[in-house]
Design a protein around this ligand. Structure first.
Ligand code: KIV
Ligand code: ZN
Length: 517
C-alpha cells in the first residue's frame, strides 16, 4: 500500500537560521499562510524563547493558520517549553518539539553532560511537554554521529515519556544515504517500545549535498515524516529542499511506494515567495524551482521537446504551478492584479494593491513585456517593506556624477535615527561610489559585504533586482533586496533596507535577549 509521508516544514525556524535571512513578523505570517496553501502537514513556526519577536510570530501564526499542525521548538528546559506552550496555545492543532543532543561530541563539549544524564533529561522534558499537548516531538540532535545503541536507549525513554514523533537529525550533514537509511531501520528494529503509532522523522542538512538523498533513504527505510525547508534554505549549506523531496516522491511514486499530501501546484509560488521575502536567491540550475530547471538550450533537446515533450522532460512545469503564459499587461487593472496575486498567495491591502498596480504600469510603460516573475518580485518587494517602527535610516538626497573620462563620484545625505549624516566618495563606477558614500555617512558600525545584481527578465529596460548583505560588528549578516528600473536606485534602496534591518536588529529585536540555538 502507498504510504503518505508527512511533510514538516521548518522554513520559518531552521530556514530562518540562514545567514542573512531575517524575516519580520508580517513576512513570516505571509509564508505560513502560503505553506498552508501548499498543504504541508506541520509548520514549525519558530523558536519562541529566542526573542519576543519570535514568540509573537509563532503566536500570530498559531492564531492564523488552521489546517497544518503549528509547532514550536524548545530546548530541554522548563522556560523554553513553557514559552512554546504559551505561543502555540491558540492553534487548532499544535505540537511541542523538544531536542537534546545525543552524539559523544555534543554531549561532552556542548551539553557538558554524561550520557546517563542525557537519558534522564530527555525523558523528564518530554514528559513535562506532554502536559501541554498530546503531540510531542523529540529530536536527538546530531543523531547522525550518535552511537546507535545509546540513541536507541534515549529514544526508548522518549517514547516512555509520551513522544509521538521521533525526529532523527543529521545535524551537521555528515552521513551518507545508505548509512542514514540503516540508522532509521536500526531504530525501527531495535527500540523495544517502538510501534507503528510512533512517527519516525528525518531531518537532514546539506553540508555534503546529500540532504535530499538521505531523506529519501530514510523514507525507504521506514521514516514517515520528512523535515525540510523551501528552497533548501537553512543553517550553513541548508536543509532538505522540500520541493525536491516532494517531487522525487511524486515523480517516482511507484519506486518509493510513497507519496505526500502536498498541493503540487503551489510549489513554484511558495519558492518564489520565500526567495523574495528572505532575499535568498534560488540558483538558476536548482532542481525543480531554478530558473533553468525546465529550460532547453541545445538544438537537439529543443527538437526532441518539440517532437514529444517527455523526450527530455518527465515533469511538466505546470505540475508545480510554473506558468509560461503572460497574464498581466499594461492594460490590466487593479482587479486583475489582485486576482493574479491572490492566486499566488499574496493577500493585499488596498494601499499595497495600488502601489503594486502603479509599479506594474510604470514598468509596462518602459518595458515592452511585463513577465509574471516581474510582478511576483514587485509584490514580494512591496509586501516585504519594513514597517515604520523598523525604519531608522532614510535617504534624503543622492547625487551621482559619472560619464566618459569622469571618475564617478557620489554624494549622499542620510537621516540616521533622526540625525543628518553626509558622505562623499569616488568609486570605480556609480554604484561603487554610491555604496562608498553611504558607508562614509554611516561610519564603521556596519559594512556592505556582498552585492548581487540580476535583471529579472531580459532586455536593457528590464527591472534590476539587487540583493546585498550588510554585516554588523558581531558578524551578523542582514540580506536585503530591492527593485528598480535604474540599477543605481535599486542598489541604493537595497543598501538602505539592509542597514535598516541591521539597525532594527540592534534596536528592537536584540533587546529581547536573543537566545541562539
Ligand atoms: O539540525 C538539527 O539538529 C535541528 C534540531 C533542532 C532538530 O535543527
Ligand atoms: Zn536542523
Amino acid at each position: 500500500m502507498t504510504r503518505t509521508i508527512k511533510i514538516f516544514d521548518t522554513t520559518l525556524r531552521d530556514g530562518e537560521q540562514s545567514p542573512g535571512a531575517t524575516l519580520n513578523r508580517n513576512e513570516k505570517i505571509l509564508i505560513a499562510k502560503q505553506l498552508e496553501r501548499l498543504n504541508v502537514d506541520i509548520v514549525e513556526a519558530g523558536f519562541p524563547i529566542a526573542s519576543d519577536d519570535d514568540f509573537k510570530a509563532v503566536n500570530e501564526i498559531a492564531k492564523t493558520i488552521t489546517k497544518p499542525i503549528v509547532c514550536g521548538l524548545a530546548r530541554c528546559k522548563k522556560e523554553d517549553i513553557d514559552c512554546v506552550a504559551k505561543a502555540i496555545e491558540p492553534a487548532k492543532k499544535s505540537r511541542i518539539h523538544v531536542f537534546l543532543a545525543t552524539s559523544p561530541i555534543h554531549m561532552k563539549y556542548k551539553l557538558k553532560m554524561e550520557p546517563s544524564q542525557v537519558i534522564v533529561e530527555a525523558e523528564k522534558w518530554v514528559r513535562y511537554a506532554k502536559q501541554f499537548t498530546n503531540d510531542v516531538e523529540f529530536s536527538s540532535e546530531d543523531a547522525g554521529r550518535s552511537e546507535p545503541e545509546f540513541l536507541h536507549k534515549v529514544l526508548e525513554k522518549a517514547i516512555d515519556a509520551g513522544a509521538t514523533t521521533l525526529n532523527i537529525p543529521d545535524t551537521v550533514g555528515y552521513t551518507q544515504p545508505q548509512e542514514f537509511g540503516c540508522l532509521i531501520k536500526g531504530i525501527i528494529e531495535n527500540v523495544p517500545n517502538y510501534d507503528e503509532s510512533i512517527t519516525i522523522s528525518a531531518h537532514c542538512h546539506d553540508d555534503l549535498g546529500l540532504s535530499v538523498a538521505n531523506s529519501l533513504a530514510a523514507v525507504m527505510n521506514g521514516a514517515n515524516q520528512v523535515e525540510g525547508t523551501i528552497n533548501g534554505i537553512g543553517e550553513r549549506a541548508g536543509n532538505t529542499s522540500l520541493e525536491e523531496l516532494i517531487m522525487n516522491l511524486h515523480a517516482r511514486e511507484e519506486f518509493f511506494n510513497a507519496t505526500t499530501s502536498i498541493n503540487l501546484k503551489e510549489i513554484y509560488n511558495t519558492s518564489m515567495m520565500v526567495s523574495n521575502l528572505t532575499s535568498l536567491m534560488v540558483q538558476a540550475n536548482k532542481a525543480i524551482v531554478g530558473k533553468n530547471a525546465f529550460a532547453h538550450e541545445s538544438g537537439i533537446h529543443q527538437h526532441g521537446i518539440l517532437a514529444k515533450r517527455e523526450v527530455y522532460e518527465f515533469i511538466n512545469p505546470t505540475t508545480i504551478g510554473k506558468e509560461t503564459e503572460l497574464i498581466i499587461g499594461k492594460h490590466s487593472g487593479k482587479a486583475a492584479v489582485k486576482d493574479f496575486l491572490e492566486k499566488k498567495g499574496f493577500e493585499l491591502s488596498e494601499t499595497e494593491l495600488e502601489r503594486i498596480t502603479k509599479k506594474i504600469k510604470d514598468l509596462a510603460d518602459k518595458q515592452k513585456t511585463v513577465f509574471n516573475e516581474d510582478i511576483l518580485a514587485i509584490a514580494g518587494n512591496i509586501k516585504g517593506r519594513l514597517s515604520d517602527e523598523e525604519i531608522f535610516v532614510k535617504l534624503e538626497d543622492l547625487k551621482i556624477i559619472s560619464g566618459k573620462n569622469v571618475e564617478p563620484e557620489a554624494k549622499v545625505v542620510l537621516l540616521v535615527d533622526g540625525i543628518k549624516k553626509e558622505g562623499v566618495s569616488k568609486g570605480v563606477g556609480p554604484v561603487d561610489a554610491m555604496a562608498k558614500a553611504i558607508q562614509n555617512a554611516i561610519g564603521e558600525e556596519f559594512k556592505l559585504k556582498n552585492y548581487n545584481l540580476k535583471a529579472i527578465t531580459g532586455g536593457t529596460d528590464a527591472l534590476a533586482d539587487v540583493v546585498i548583505e550588510v554585516e554588523d560588528k558581531n558578524s551578523n549578516i542582514f540580506s536585503a533586496q530591492a527593485l528598480d528600473e535604474d540599477i543605481t536606485m535599486a542598489s541604493t534602496k537595497a543598501l538602505i533596507k539592509g542597514l535598516n534591518k541591521a539597525f532594527a536588529y540592534k534596536k528592537i529585536y536584540k533587546k529581547s535577549n536573543k537566545v541562539e540555538l
